[in-house]
Design a protein around this ligand. Structure first.
Ligand code: ASP
Length: 326
């Protein structure tokens, strides 16, 4: 890291704490780069990564683009950034391949598009968007998803192009007998990416993209790309993206659970905290969540040591690797 201490990476965020009501249809964008124990030497890369994603998404929103276009633009930047567990550079399956999952959801119409277990798509969020826009279905997996994406203009790549040496080494370490006996939570180094946006027309969108968990069984799908688990959006409640150990999050259908709290009248910041408390108390799970409602109020919570995030609204921009509890 080039002389930036983690504490300095946590920017001032007075305007972010719970009541950041955007006036009228002021746009808001909140992105995350995963919740885990981000080591000091990777902190700067994570903050830079979420900031670049924020800039890409904000460019869309400030010219009046849709929340879906904004979250897609933000996610593509993080999928292209090897710091994150999404796109190239993702964790490997137990047999050494990259298998990617992604979901996008439109809060205005509840249209959704997801892909699971794709191995030859550099930016699975683009494939998810194609499913949302062009398919009568909501979710496509594996070769069928890849064929669909190619037929709709997305180039395919070789799986090897998505594999990087750092992850080959990481998988090798995990296969060492002394390490292999430890519970999966020990490898809390996973950093899915997500984004939630409110556009100038007042519509919410959400997107989540991941390489899943390290050493996962081939064919495993986690929470990230499942509606209501790792991602959800409804203008009447909230746009949500989660990150963390997927199996407990799936069992609690956590993104929808949190959105329902907002529907009942809870502020997104409180709903985020309550969702993570529930994850911890009910299933001893670990992770993080971001929420945004149609009034522009945002929330974030995590019970992991760190979570990379960045937020922008017309009043300002902020980013960090820990969320300041209000
Ligand atoms: N939730 C993802 C999964 O279990 C991993 C992560 O968020 O880092 O696939």
């Amino acid at each position: 890291m080039t002389g930036v201490t983690p504490s300095r990476l946590l920017q001032s965020c007075g305007f972010l704490t719970g009541d950041n009501l955007a006036e009228g249809n002021s746009p808001v964008l909140l992105v995350h780069g995963g919740a885990w124990a981000i080591p000091d030497d990777m902190a700067e890369a994570h903050v830079n990564g979420v900031r670049h994603a924020l800039a890409a998404g904000w460019k869309v929103l400030e010219r009046g683009g849709s929340s879906l276009d904004a979250v897609e633009a933000a996610i593509v930047v993080m999928e292209d950034d090897e710091a994150f567990d999404a796109g190239r550079g993702s964790f490997l399956t137990s047999d050494g391949r990259v298998q990617l999952d992604a979901l996008m959801m439109d809060g205005a119409t509840l249209r959704a598009g997801g892909v699971g277990c794709v191995e030859r798509i550099r930016n699975p969020i683009r494939a998810a968007r194609l499913v949302l826009d062009e398919s009568p279905h909501v979710y496509l997996v594996a070769e069928g998803a890849e064929r669909f994406a190619r037929q709709h203009g997305l180039p395919l790549c070789a799986n090897e192009e998505l594999v990087i040496e750092r992850e080959v080494q990481r998988l090798r370490e995990v296969h060492e007998p002394v390490v292999a006996e430890r519970p999966p939570e020990f490898f809390a180094e996973h950093d899915t990416v997500g984004a939630v946006a409110l556009d100038t027309r007042g519509n919410l969108g959400a997107a989540t993209s991941t390489g899943g968990t390290l050493n996962k069984t081939p064919g495993r799908v986690g929470d990230s790309s499942l509606i209501g688990c790792g991602c959800y959006a409804d203008n009447e409640s909230a746009a949500v993206s989660t990150t963390g150990w997927g199996e407990p999050i799936m069992k609690l259908v956590l993104a929808k659970w949190a959105a329902d709290r907002v529907l009942e009248g809870m502020a997104p910041e409180a709903a985020a905290r309550m969702a993570i408390e529930r994850l911890e108390t009910r299933l001893a799970g670990h992770g993080g969540i971001i929420l945004l409602d149609a009034r522009g109020r945002s929330g974030l919570a995590h019970n992991t040591p760190r979570m990379a995030w960045a937020l922008k609204n017309p009043q300002g921009e902020s980013a960090g690797i820990e969320w300041p509890r209000g």
